[in-house]
Design a protein around this ligand. Structure first.
Ligand code: ZN
Length: 271
């Protein structure tokens, strides 16, 4: 009889133990000013629409975003980008040539499958040099083009995450499925969740998920306009900014660099 009771009790005990541990760990992480989550708005490629309407909307709300740029795109709208920097937006590195898998027809001539880690390291350093020359900014954060983190193919495939970790304070992915856990995340592989094509209600689902778990939601988008492919809608962004700026909603909205810095102070090393 005793033995039988013990068998029944063990799973119950394990369940209680695990449910006690997990929320307790979440509660120990404190975002600034008692906020429930962090939110970063990020945009890739240095697309024209970002400085031809996007930054103006962000500036209207006094919100700073992170723009991961390709230097050749910055050259096309240099004055706009200089203005964005002057407004306090963060400029990150998004490589020189935007290499991605050669399965994308447009990337065949710069396919990651044909890259080496040496080539990648040189390219990323060169992109930083160009960003410095164009905008006078030392880019400390990176976004993986297409969210892809490898070079080579088959048995010779290598991750280029270590290079990003060496050259930058963080690296952001793309089309990831969840926000970052501030107590666990690796800054070299931050998740980025898509803001393109979404309505505010869809973004709110992601926000509520992040809030529940006290996480850091990094949204990632491309065009900043009203219509078109790969577009974070300005009307959605307006609603989002109003919501995020309302102190009642418990959101710390900050560029990636500010949050990485905050995590560096809070996160125990090698966690
Ligand atoms: Zn890109």
């Amino acid at each position: 009889m005793y033995k039988r009771n013990y068998r029944l009790a063990l799973p119950t005990l394990l369940f209680i133990a695990s449910s006690l541990t997990v929320p307790a760990q979440d509660k120990t992480f404190a975002w600034p000013e008692g906020k429930q989550m962090a939110l970063s708005l990020t945009f890739d490629d240095g697309r024209y629409s970002q400085v031809e309407g996007g930054t103006a909307l962000l500036d209207e709300f006094g919100t700073k975003a992170t723009f991961y740029v390709v230097p050749s795109a910055v050259e096309q709208r240099l004055e706009g980008w200089k203005k964005a920097v002057a407004s306090g937006h963060e400029i990150g590195n998004h490589s020189l040539n935007h290499p991605c898998s050669g399965n994308f027809p447009w990337a065949r001539q710069k396919a990651l499958e044909n890259y080496t880690t040496k080539q990648m390291k040189e390219e990323l350093a060169e992109a930083n040099k160009r960003i410095q020359q164009l905008l006078g900014v030392n880019a400390k954060h990176f976004a993986y083009p297409c969210g892809q983190k490898f070079v080579g193919r088959g048995k010779d495939t290598k991750s280029y995450v270590p290079i990003v970790a060496e050259l930058f304070q963080s690296g952001r992915g793309w089309l990831d499925e969840g926000p970052n856990d501030p107590q666990f995340c690796d800054p070299a592989q931050l998740t980025g969740m898509e803001s393109d094509g979404k309505d505010f209600d869809e973004i709110l689902v992601l926000i509520n998920q992040a809030k529940t778990n006290h996480q850091w939601l990094v949204l990632a988008g491309h065009e900043m306009a009203e219509n078109g492919n790969q577009t974070t809608r300005l009307s959605m962004l307006r609603q989002l900014l109003a919501y995020a700026k309302d102190p009642a909603n418990g959101i710390w909205i900050a560029p990636v660099g500010d949050v990485v810095k905050y995590l560096g102070q809070k996160q125990p090393a090698n966690k």
